[in-house]
Structure formats: structure tokens, C-alpha cells
Ligand binder design. Structure first.
Ligand SMILES: NC(=O)c1ccc[n+]([C@@H]2O[C@H](COP(=O)([O-])OP(=O)(O)OC[C@H]3O[C@@H](n4cnc5c(N)ncnc54)[C@H](OP(=O)(O)O)[C@@H]3O)[C@@H](O)[C@H]2O)c1
Length: 297
């Protein structure tokens, strides 16, 4: 039975990156739909649910993407409501690559930092620059759900507050604190982890600001487009040590992301009931990272 992936995208043109990864990960047939909305998604889902039966349903899966994260979430909820009993197919949700990128980022940090408080240490203090974008939102959510205290930063304090409130609505225990770029001086000296998730080619942290980050052990810049988001980090950095800091660049994290993205597509076709959102992707990323570590030993 051929593995069919229905690539649903809220943008007019389904993302070509997601299409290539899907084929490389083993999808035999890719059916692409752009401009997917809450109004037109149900008939697309019915086409996936009602064409194959029993164990054959596992050979049809859905990839849901697109830049507008709120719209993707609304459609995801509609897809979930359309399924009933065992009449369903597996779904992977990755708006603008935010879930796979965020899970890979958390895995990179987790190699060096423990997020949960312990008898020996307090909870990890994390600063997420560009925390209002799709990637920054997901990094903040995953870090906070792992036990970190997250300072979510934006140029606008109001926007940062709004995103913290939105996250806390769904994750009431998550410790999120809004901050603005103007207020960075107050927090930068006490954070253990800095993740820069600003727009492509935007410098989010200068060398002078980085030098104030005296407690920071891990620094991750997700921007691959020059200039660097954090001055001094190169895109290819993968756990490069610079003084007391460990540095990761976009390609260093991207390597984990690619492995995770492919592993997630392959997992979709194992059963017909998988729902792979940010948290589930983090679990897969942990397994992928452990098996890679074992191979390299
Ligand atoms: N390594 C990988 O595998 C991978 C995968 C996907 C994405 N990425 C990268 O991850 C980063 C984040 O992606 P995204 O889609 O979430 O980015 P985005 O939506 O373009 O930007 C994220 C946030 O950056 C802030 N920002 C934008 N322009 C700015 C400027 N000129 N000055 C200061 N702040 C600015 C904005 O926050 P405020 O307006 O609230 O300040 C925005 O919400 C990008 O660099 C992207 O290329 C990497």
C-alpha cells in the first residue's frame, strides 16, 4: 500500500521545504493543498479518513503547516473534531517549521543544562529573543513545560505580555515572564540559556550585551541569514565552546531538526492515531538524539 501524505498549508503555496523532507522521509505520494482554512479543511479530511479502512488507514497521513500559527491551531482543532472512534489518520503539525525547530533547540540546550530545579540548582532561567514569532513561541512553550523559567522578549512589552498570557491560558503552570528589548539589561546577567529566534538577518544581541550574560552557559542563534542574530555565533556552530559558553548556530540546530522532521514523518505511517504536536515532537527528538549519541560512542 502506497504511503500518502496530505500536505495541508494555510499559505497559498504549500511549503516546498516540507514537501522535500516528506519525500526524503519515505512518503510515496504527496498531495498538496494551499489556502487551507477552517471552512474547507473538513472535506479534505473526509477524503483522507473514508478512503482506506482498518490497518490500511495508517498509510494515509496529514502534515499541517503554514506561517500563521493561530490559524494552524484552529485548523488542527477542527481536524481533531472531524475524526471519530478509530476513523482517523495520523497528523503532524509544524507551522513554519516552528515545532521541529523548537524541539531541536530544546534538545541542543538539554545536552548541557537541566531545566528542572533540583536540590543542587534552581530552575533554568531562559531568555527567548524574538519570543513572539512562531519559532520563539514554541521554544518558550517547550522550555517552560520542561520546567524552565522563561523570559519571553519582544521589541514591545505589550506583545510579549500578550504571548505569555496566551501560552499560560493553555499551560497554566508554565513560568513565563514578558520582557522588552529595552528591559534586557535587567535579566541578561542572570539567565542560564539564551535562544535567539528573531527574524532572518536581524541582530538581536550585540557583543556588548552578550558580555553582560555572565551566568549564561548555552547560547543558541536560530538565524542562518547574515548578520548573525547573536554576534559571534556562526551558523555552523555545534556545541562550540567559547570561554564559559557553549554555542549553537542555525545549522547546528538544523541538523537535529532535519533528523527529527524525517523521524516524525516516518512515525506518522506506523499507526493511524498519532497526533504529533510540539510536545510529542520533543519526545521523538529525545529518542533521535539518544540513538545518535549511542551510534557515535
Ligand atoms: N535553524 C533552523 O532549523 C530554523 C528553522 C526555522 C526557522 N529558523 C529561523 O528561526 C528564526 C525565527 O523564525 P520565525 O519564523 O519565528 O521568525 P519571524 O516571525 O520572522 O521573527 C520572529 C520575531 O523576531 C522579531 N523581529 C522581527 N524583525 C525584527 C527586527 N528588525 N528587529 C528586532 N526584532 C525583530 C519579531 O518580534 P517582535 O516584533 O515582537 O519584536 C518577530 O516576532 C528565523 O531567523 C528563522 O530563519 C531556523
Amino acid at each position: 500500500m502506497k504511503k500518502i501524505l496530505l500536505q495541508l498549508d494555510v499559505d497559498p503555496q504549500p511549503c516546498s521545504f516540507d514537501a522535500v523532507v516528506a519525500v526524503d522521509a519515505g512518503a510515496d505520494v504527496l498531495l498538496q493543498h494551499g489556502n487551507v482554512s477552517p471552512k474547507n479543511v473538513v472535506s479534505l479530511i473526509h477524503g483522507a479518513m473514508f478512503t482506506r479502512a482498518g490497518s490500511d488507514l495508517a498509510s494515509t497521513s496529514i502534515f499541517l503547516g503554514g506561517k500563521n500559527i493561530a490559524q494552524v491551531e484552529e485548523i488542527a482543532s477542527q481536524i481533531s473534531n472531524t475524526f471519530f472512534n478509530s476513523v482517523r489518520v495520523s497528523v503532524l503539525i509544524d507551522p513554519a517549521g516552528a515545532n521541529t525547530t523548537a524541539a531541536a533547540t530544546v534538545i541542543a540546550a538539554k545536552r548541557h543544562i537541566s531545566f528542572q530545579p533540583s536540590t543542587k540548582s534552581k530552575a533554568c532561567q531562559a531568555l527567548v529573543l524574538g519570543g513572539t514569532g512562531p519559532v520563539g513561541q514554541r521554544v518558550s512553550r517547550l522550555l517552560a513545560n520542561q520546567g524552565a523559567h522563561v523570559h519571553l522578549a519582544s521589541r514591545s512589552f505589550e506583545r510579549a505580555s500578550q504571548h505569555c498570557k496566551l501560552l499560560n491560558k493553555n499551560f497554566p503552570l508554565a513560568r513565563l515572564e514578558p520582557t522588552s528589548i529595552k528591559m534586557l539589561e535587567k535579566v541578561i546577567g542572570s539567565v542560564d540559556l539564551i535562544v535567539s529566534a528573531g527574524g532572518p538577518g536581524v541582530e538581536m544581541l550585540t557583543e556588548a550585551q552578550l558580555s553582560q550574560a555572565i551566568s549564561t552557559t548555552v547560547c543558541i542563534d536560530l538565524n542562518a541569514v547574515p548578520p548573525a542574530g547573536i554576534t559571534g555565533i556562526q551558523a555552523t556552530d555545534t556545541a562550540r565552546r567559547d570561554g564559559t559558553k557553549i554555542l549553537y548556530g542555525a545549522l547546528g540546530v538544523g541538523e537535529i531538526k532535519m533528523k527529527l522532521h524525517k523521524a516524525a514523518i516516518q512515525q506518522l505511517f506506523q499507526t493511524n492515531d498519532q497526533w504529533l504536536d510540539a510536545e510529542e515532537l520533543l519526545t521523538i527528538a529525545e529518542k533521535v538524539d539518544v540513538s545518535n549519541e549511542q551510534k557515535s560512542q
